[in-house]
Design a protein. Structure first.
Length: 491
């Protein structure tokens, strides 16, 4: 875990800056954007993300899965083969979608809600999303995740809010907004191309024709393609269905609430990206002891972080809506934030269960789990969105993620005797529940919403200290010690 801790440490400041930028964007930028415009952008990105797995062909997951099985001298050649295959197919699919986009968009969405040339921008973004994703797999395999996180920080967390500000300040059309967004995805991909070129400078050139792929590569690529398609559909289907069944404006409000709640999931996204190559290594070595250790430690760390973040966010929701621009328009998103936050917390509780299954010899079971989850989420959305609106989509997401994760956990327990929970899991849960009850019971009567939020944050800090003193997660304590020691040493 040493290299993981070093990379986690290097990317911690990037993650913190990213959270700060996301918070500032959620407070002061996105609420100023008309919900219909934000809904349009969310649908465009959602459709491109839904099509993305078809361009990747599962090659990004396959490269990470089998990276350790190739010699150092062959890994460059393998990636080049994958990159050429992806780029070729991505160009073809993007062109095909462009010609089919008018039929697709008018079938599911009101023609007055989306610009007539939306398909052009979706096709453009689709191609460069794929480039970025495949290059991210290469860079992550080198344990250089922080490079990817910096690119995401600049071109997503910071870049998208800047584009919204430009749209508002210069009173641009929706078409111009989508053009700027497409260019942003172009530059994001180019940033990783430059890093990849620099990383491989002065290395021996390897002819891809000399590289023989692992025999399990093609079957795993097919599996990864289908699994990611199903998984991506599970993630994006709620926003797309809200836009189709209720309206683009409601989709914008839903996506805004989702944007707030997903901040809770940021630690998991970082950790999983770092751990997957290591999990694949232990799977290759059949080292179940190390896998179980990673499973438990990831669950303890992520569940602790998730509970702490919920302590800061949920009690202050009402005051939060009072300080953001056009806050009254977003108050209807309160339950969406709560449902999605709980879904993300449950996801963090389960640690790296899907990553362990995806890197195992019995990875095909993941297809069945994903298929069941997709069927459930579609049925739940169809049943809950008409009577409850966007709240129904969020509730459906919570239900599905509980079923989804629980199924994966039970499978790992039955098949490999791997289990994420320990006595610390119960301690974390009890500590979090007690903290919530105490924070909600403390009367706060400041006239300023800013002061209310600041005071709640202040009274949350002692509970962070409780998490630390109880040593509920050794990895969390290690990170806290790292930042506290320099101050204690000076004293």
């Amino acid at each position: 875990m040493g290299i993981i801790k070093r990379q986690a440490s290097k990317s911690s400041w990037t993650a913190l800056i990213g959270v700060a930028v996301s918070a500032a964007s959620a407070l002061y930028v996105i609420p100023t954007v008309p919900s219909k415009i934000y809904g349009t952008v969310s649908i465009v990105i959602g459709v491109a993300s839904l099509l993305l797995p078809f361009t990747l062909l599962g090659l990004n997951s396959t490269y990470l899965r089998f990276n350790e099985s190739y010699s150092e001298s062959h890994r460059e050649g393998v990636f080049r083969k994958f990159y050429i295959a992806h780029t070729t197919f991505s160009i073809l699919l993007s062109i095909c979608f462009y010609f089919a986009s008018n039929w697709f968009l008018t079938k599911f969405y009101n023609s007055s809600d989306l610009p007539s040339n939306t398909g052009v921008y979706i096709s453009f973004m689709l191609f460069f999303m794929g480039q970025f994703t495949l290059l991210s797999s290469y860079i992550t395999s080198k344990y250089r995740l922080n490079v990817v996180r910096i690119a995401e920080l600049i071109f997503q967390k910071l870049g998208i809010p800047v584009i919204f500000l430009i749209y508002i300040f210069f009173n641009l059309s929706t078409t111009h907004l989508l053009l700027l967004l497409s260019l942003l995805y172009l530059f994001r991909a180019i940033s990783l191309v430059f890093f990849k070129h620099r990383y491989t400078t002065n290395r021996a050139q390897i002819r891809t024709t000399q590289i023989k792929l692992n025999k399990a590569t093609v079957p795993y690529s097919i599996f990864a393609l289908i699994a990611v398609i199903l998984h991506q559909a599970i993630i994006d289907i709620d926003t797309l269905m809200v836009g189709s069944l209720v309206g683009v404006s409601e989709a914008g409000i839903y996506k805004y609430a989702f944007y707030i709640a997903i901040i809770i999931d940021l630690p998991r996204i970082n950790l999983v990206s770092l751990l997957f190559p290591l999990i694949s290594k232990y799977q290759h070595e059949n080292n179940n002891k190390k896998l179980n250790e990673i499973y438990k430690r990831s669950s303890n760390l992520l569940f602790s972080l998730g509970c702490i973040m919920l302590l800061f966010i949920l009690p202050s929701l009402d005051d939060f809506f009072s300080i953001i621009p056009n806050g009254d328009n977003f108050k209807s998103a309160r339950m969406i934030i709560i449902y999605i936050s709980l879904a993300k917390l449950f996801n963090m509780l389960m640690g790296v269960n899907f990553e362990i299954i995806a890197s195992s010899k019995n990875y095909l079971i993941l297809l069945a789990i994903n298929l069941i989850a997709l069927i459930v989420v579609i049925i739940a959305n169809l049943a809950l969105i008409p009577p409850l609106g966007a709240d129904g989509a969020a509730l459906a997401t919570l239900i599905v993620w509980i079923i989804y994760n629980s199924t994966a956990m039970l499978y790992l327990k039955h098949k490999y005797q791997l289990f994420p929970f320990s006595t610390n899991t119960l301690k974390i849960f009890i500590t979090a529940v007690v903290a919530f009850l105490i924070i909600y019971q403390i009367p706060i009567t400041f006239n300023s919403s800013f002061l209310n939020i600041a005071f709640r944050s202040l009274i949350t800090m002692p509970f962070v200290f409780v998490f630390y003193k109880l040593k509920l997660s050794t990895d969390l304590n290690d990170q806290i010690n790292k930042y506290v020691k320099p101050f204690t040493r000076n004293n």
